[in-house]
Each structure stands twice: as structure tokens, then as C-alpha cells.
Design a protein. Structure first.
Length: 355
């Protein structure tokens, strides 16, 4: 009997291969298949290979969700972050993924569309519905207000780049140490003072770098020039550079990140201010391209890989001990000296007097 086109288009349901199917084909018990599937030791190598061959032949895929429920863990770390547009976030995320993989964990990325409490609340609500054992937050602390964000119960937390050390386990670069090194480097070269191109006002990292810049100049008894605010982008650095190029007393600038320093260098070059002969520039981050700037950029190196590794180790330690102690772990920085810094230009002479 002809059943027509409808019968031809009926979906063909493929039967899911079970652990029992693998056991029958391999000639072993289901318990042995389970041990091989979960990576347990104690299975004879020949038997293990026999089971694996049966899995390959049947196309068997272990049910990871069922195993997770049985073990009480998902071996997955959630990562919440606001933006992937900054070098620091991207490199920290890369390090988190690599470190988690080394520990046998996957990551689930949950970006927040906008830096608002509503968006953050929604992100944490979604995290609570996902199969994650812990999560890492790469976000400013003002968005982690305990009064408005409900953290999923029983899920451990570690925070990157924040001043939330009294409430969470925090891992951060030594922002103050790096900024202080940058300012002292320029003062030690003989510059009378150092101008600062700061990051956005809502950023904790930008705040710490700006506060340290101001304190270093004050402690050295040097004048504190007006701070110029950028937004981490090269475009904002370029706009700041056009302004600073018109400041005759500006011989040294500390930029809060390398991207802004790049824009700054471009504007100074466009305005005929030679770097480092007339103006010295120091950045912060040591992005891979910093050595290829023109001139190569002196900058503060951040060890993003170490920050990511410590964040993963921190949440795993919390999982294993089932407790978390608030506090901040600082990862050291170091200054990388290149060709964008030098002593200030000698004062011009006019009628036998310095100008």
C-alpha cells in the first residue's frame, strides 16, 4: 500500500545507545563500562580498550548530565563579565579557560549586555539555572551590590579586578604597585611632574591607578597636573594627546592602559611632539603589540595568565573545602622599559637664561 509523501517525510528516530548495549558488545559488565566511561583506574588495559572500541563502534556518548547529578558536580565554572572589548578581560578569560581545562573543568560564559543592576541580576539568575559548580566574576564591585544581586545558593564565587575583598575572594593585579612604579620611573628620569591619562570613572582599576599617580606626585613634592579622563580606547587616547600636545610643560605622561597610550602616541606625532625626545610615555598592560608601537612602549606588565590561574584555583579550593574566606590576592607587576621614555629635554636658553 502506497502511504504517500507524508510517510516518506516522517522523521526517523535513532535509538539512543545505552551503557548496556556497550557492555553486551564488549562482553563485560555495565559496571566496567561505567568505570571506563568515568576514567576510573583499576580497569585492565586490554579490557579498557575493548570497551572503548565498543563505544566507538556503537557511537556511544556518556550522559554527562546524569553523571553530574550522580556525583553532585558538573565540572563546569561559570564566568560572568561585562565586556570583551578590553585587553585585560579577554586575556584573563583566556587564562581562566586554559587553567580550568587543565583541571578537567569546562567554562560557561555569560556576558552581561549592559553595566546595570537589572542586567547583573538577570545574569546571576540565569547562572543559578545553569549546571555550574562555581563562578568567576570579571566585573566592577558596584555591580555586585549584595542588596540587589542574589547569588545562587551553594555556588562558590571568585572575583577579578575589584575592591570587594571584604565580601568575596578577589584576585587582582597589584594596580597600585604598577602605577607607582610607572610614575617613579618618569620622575627618576628627571621629569618635573607626570600627567595622567586615566581610565573611565566607574573602573576600580582606573581609580587605583589614578589615586596612586596622585599620591606618588604628592609624596615626591611635585605639582599634580589636571587629570585627563579616557575610556580605555585608542580613540580617547588620541583626543587626550591632541590636548596634551598643546601643553608646553608636559614632558611625561602615564597612560592607564596601552590602547590609550597608542592613541596618545599618534596624536603627539601628528602635532610634531617627538617621543621620547620631548614627551615620555608609559602605558599599563604590556599587550603583545606594545613592543611594536612607534616608538616601542615602556609599560607596566600585568600577568593575566597568573590572575586567571589563581581565580580558577581559588574557586576549586572553595569547592573542595566547601568554604570561602573573603580577601584579596594581588599578582605582582613589573615595568618593561622600552624606547618611549627618556630624560626630559634640556631647558632652552635665551639671552643666557634658561627658558
Amino acid at each position: 500500500m502506497d502511504e504517500g509523501p507524508a510517510a516518506e517525510q516522517a522523521p526517523h528516530r535513532v535509538k539512543r545507545v545505552s551503557m548496556a548495549d556497550v557492555a553486551r558488545l564488549a562482553g563485560v559488565s555495565s559496571q566496567t563500562v561505567s568505570r571506563v566511561s568515568n576514567g576510573h583506574a583499576g580497569v585492565v588495559p586490554d579490557t579498557r580498550e575493548q570497551v572503548l572500541e565498543a563505544m566507538r563502534e556503537l557511537g556511544y556518548r556518556p550522559n554527562s548530565a546524569a553523571r553530574a547529578l550522580k556525583r553532585g558536580e558538573f565540572r563546569t565554572i561559570g564566568v560572568v563579565l561585562f565586556t570583551l572589548s578590553t585587553t585585560g578581560n579577554v586575556r584573563t578569560l583566556e587564562a581562566i579557560a586554559s587553567s580550568a581545562a587543565e583541571e578537567g573543568y569546562a567554562i560557561t560564559l555569560l556576558p552581561v549586555a549592559a553595566p546595570t543592576h537589572d542586567e547583573v541580576r538577570g545574569a546571576f539568575t540565569r547562572l543559578g539555572e545553569l549546571a555550574v559548580d562555581a563562578f568567576i566574576v570579571i566585573m566592577e564591585v558596584h555591580l555586585l551590590d549584595a542588596a540587589t544581586v542574589a547569588l545562587p545558593p551553594g555556588v562558590q564565587v571568585a572575583v577579578a579586578d575589584s575592591n570587594a575583598g571584604d565580601r568575596y575572594s578577589v584576585v587582582d593585579t597589584d594596580q597600585a604597585g604598577g602605577a607607582g612604579t610607572a610614575v617613579r620611573h618618569l620622575l627618576d628620569l628627571g621629569h618635573r611632574t607626570v600627567w595622567h591619562l586615566a581610565g573611565p570613572e566607574e573602573s576600580f582599576a582606573a581609580q587605583r591607578r589614578a589615586d596612586t599617580w596622585r599620591a606618588a606626585l604628592t609624596d615626591a613634592g611635585r605639582p599634580v597636573p589636571p587629570m585627563i579622563r579616557g575610556d580605555w580606547s585608542a580613540d580617547s587616547g588620541y583626543r587626550a594627546g591632541l590636548r596634551l600636545a598643546e601643553e608646553p610643560g608636559c614632558t611625561a605622561v602615564f597612560a592607564a592602559n596601552d590602547q590609550m597610550a597608542l592613541g596618545l602616541l599618534s596624536a603627539l606625532h601628528e602635532k610634531g611632539r617627538a617621543v621620547p625626545e620631548e614627551v615620555s610615555v608609559v602605558g599599563f598592560d604590556d599587550i603583545p603589540e606594545a613592543g611594536s608601537f612607534l616608538p616601542p612602549l615602556t609599560t607596566v606588565h600585568q600577568d593575566f595568565a597568573e590572575v586567571g590561574r589563581r581565580l580558577v584555583q581559588g574557586v576549586l579550593r572553595q569547592l573542595r573545602t566547601e568554604s570561602a574566606e573573603p580577601g584579596t590576592t594581588l599578582v605582582p607587576t613589573r615595568l618593561v622599559e622600552r624606547a618611549s621614555t627618556a630624560p626630559p629635554p634640556a631647558p632652552r636658553q635665551r639671552s643666557g637664561k634658561a627658558v
